[in-house]
Design a protein around this ligand. Sequence first.
Ligand SMILES: [Zn+2]
Length: 159
Amino acid sequence: MSELNKSEVYSGKYLGVPYEIRHWSCGGEEFWNYYIFLIEKQIPDGFKSAWLKGRRDGRHVFYDYYKSWISDLDWHMGCTFYEKISGFDGADKVIKVGCDYAHLYDEGRHYELNDIETDAFNCIQSLIDRTRVLKWCAYCGEYVENVDARNYCEKCKSK
Ligand SMILES: [Zn+2]
């Protein structure tokens, strides 16, 4: 017996912060998730306290993200996902955090992509309200205070 699930992934940036939306189906039901990416170099003040110490229990590693400021962001029914996706062997640290639309509360409710996207944008806005979020320069790839309309930093704007 095999089970095949389909999922669609949308990704983008809002106010410079990367996000991802996932739409998937399982057993004839549809589910949504949205995630935002916390990048160490992009949130220099808030990142350290977001890089949580994990606790292994059985086959899984758990993080008490519900005790951290991450859970205070504007989530749909709370943050339910936390994963360190980069930061090992010297790589830049990145955490993927997110929430889901598969709660009992959501039964019978219908969502469209733009509903989830609006919620993701609000979540990113709550991150910006909470901590300093730098912009990414599309030319040199550094995170800086400000970029111009082309997403170039002060140093790169004459390029
Ligand atoms: Zn630059």
